[in-house]
Ligand binder design. Structure first.
Ligand code: C5P
Length: 465
């Protein structure tokens, strides 16, 4: 067993009696990884008979962290906390603090601090849900039934993780052995069970299909040309309704269209299905997407119950999801009309036209379509004095290394990963921030900076229905 897992086990054993004896407050992040981690931890505490509360936050900012005021508690931070450790230091004398996180950590030691972060142990980085799962399992082996949630959080955070980690293989093997997950080969297209195939193809932003992504008409025509029916017995065909043979034909035709992409065959691969889940929640990636939407719309209790596969909340969850997608569609419209082409970056300065909880997703979507050649930076109002910043880039540049010093030099804060990071900066520094980061990225690429004339690329994707 690796050193990090050994430490998780030791800490779980040490925390177990404390979690029974003290009131526990669990803080977690509102994205899929945070919700999956909170769902694992909450179920573990329920089984332990703990007295606990769950608080989901859109981000643990320095300000929120420094204002926390507790004593004689077990305070747990999931999927954040490592980067804000200096702002949590005031809690350490009078509480026990446990952090399970995978973001770049600050280093601090204290007798009352249990800090589980792979970067501190030189271990490979996976999602917080993976480590939270091992924590729960080592605390009590009956929590192995939550293994699928480790994967849900992992796939929810997939864009931030770059490699196929060994620990992922380990958790996946456990899920298969425990008969929780079935692994199949198939098209990695969102909506296998939940959307008509023609819509799923038109909305395939994760794996771009040239000529199809963004156009339902093109998608319908493509299916007819390759002989895949639009409807079977009056119902629109879903990916789940295709025979193995039909799915293979579809995959090879899509790979042909993607021939000029970096990895055209990436669209075909492993599909992970949760055996005991209702159809709508079977595909791990879809459950992760739902959790993300529910978290961002602040339906935290529904999100946690959905993570536990409680079908009683399914209808409500689907309804919230469908409204959320409509919202996203209008934000995409705004972003495409207002994207500013600078020499080294694309900028969407949304102000209050895109809410802060959606700016990261919109920035991600743009960076996967026609705006993948330079980093995309999204900015949205956070509160009256603060702007939320998101940056995405899959090329050869560590965006957090560029973003963090700039945000901090402007009295802001930043965190994240090499291909996806976020920050909060004071509103009055926004113009200067955009100029500075454009220049810094140019310098990192060995170019200067000069704003170019704005040109719109003309590509216009339609969004998820
Ligand atoms: O908010 P956004 O989606 O742009 O964040 C991208 C990544 O950066 C996420 O993993 C998020 O948790 C992280 N982040 C952070 N600290 C911040 C803002 C974002 O660790 N202040």
């Amino acid at each position: 067993m690796n050193l990090f897992l050994e430490n998780i086990e030791k800490v779980a054993k040490a925390i177990k009696p404390i979690a029974k004896a003290k009131k526990v407050i669990v803080f977690s992040h509102y994205d899929a990884d945070g919700i999956a981690s909170a769902a694992i931890f909450a179920k573990m505490l329920l089984r332990l008979g703990s007295n606990f509360q769950i608080k989901i936050l859109n981000q643990l900012t320095k300000k929120t962290a420094s204002q926390l005021n507790f004593s004689n508690r077990l305070l747990v931070f999931l999927d954040f906390g490592s980067g804000q450790l200096d702002s949590l230091a005031h809690l350490l004398d009078n509480n026990i603090v446990l952090i399970i996180d995978h973001h770049k950590p600050k280093n601090l030691s204290h007798l009352n601090l249990f800090h589980l972060n792979p970067h501190l142990f030189n271990a490979e980085e996976a999602s917080s849900s993976v480590y939270t799962y091992y924590f729960a399992k080592y605390l009590d082996v009956k929590n192995v039934d939550l293994a699928y949630l480790a994967l849900v959080g992992y796939f929810g955070d997939n864009i931030f993780l770059t490699t196929q980690e060994k620990i992922l293989e380990k958790v996946l093997n456990e899920c298969v052995e425990l008969k929780q997950i079935e692994v199949k080969k198939g098209l990695k297209i969102f909506g296998r069970f939940s959307k008509p195939l023609y819509k799923a193809l038109a909305q395939s932003y994760e794996c771009f299909i040239p000529g199809i992504t963004g156009s339902e008409e093109a998608s319908v025509q493509f299916l007819s040309e390759i002989g895949i029916p639009l409807k079977k017995r009056e119902n629109f065909v879903r990916l789940a309704d295709l025979s193995e043979e039909e799915e293979k034909i579809l995959a090879s035709e899509i790979i042909k269209l993607r021939i000029n992409e970096d990895r055209p065959e990436d669209i075909f691969g492993n599909i992970y299905l949760i055996k005991k889940a209702p159809e709508e929640l079977k595909d791990i990636r879809e459950l992760a997407t739902l959790l993300n939407a529910l978290g961002r719309k602040q339906y935290y209790d529904i999100a946690i119950k959905l993570a536990w596969l409680d079908s009683k909340v399914l209808n409500k969850a689907m309804q919230i999801y469908s409204e959320y997608k409509k919202e996203l569609s209008s934000y995409i419209d705004f972003a495409l009309k207002n994207v500013k082409h600078m020499e080294n970056v694309y900028v969407i300065d949304a102000q209050d036209k895109i809410p802060h909880y959606a700016i990261g997703i919109i920035t991600s979507i743009l960076s996967k379509t026609n705006y993948s050649d330079k980093p995309v930076i999204g900015l949205a109002n956070y509160d009256e004095e603060t702007v939320k910043v998101s940056i995405r880039f899959s090329g050869n540049l560590d965006v957090i290394k560029v973003l963090k010093p700039i945000a901090e030099s402007m009295d802001g804060e930043a965190g994240g990963h090499s291909n996806a990071a976020g920050a909060f900066i004071p509103l009055e520094k926004k113009t200067n921030f955009i100029k500075t980061i454009n220049k810094a990225i140019g310098d990192a690429n060995g170019k200067g900076s000069q704003e170019q004339k704005m040109v719109h690329s003309g590509f216009r994707p339609s969004l998820p229905q």
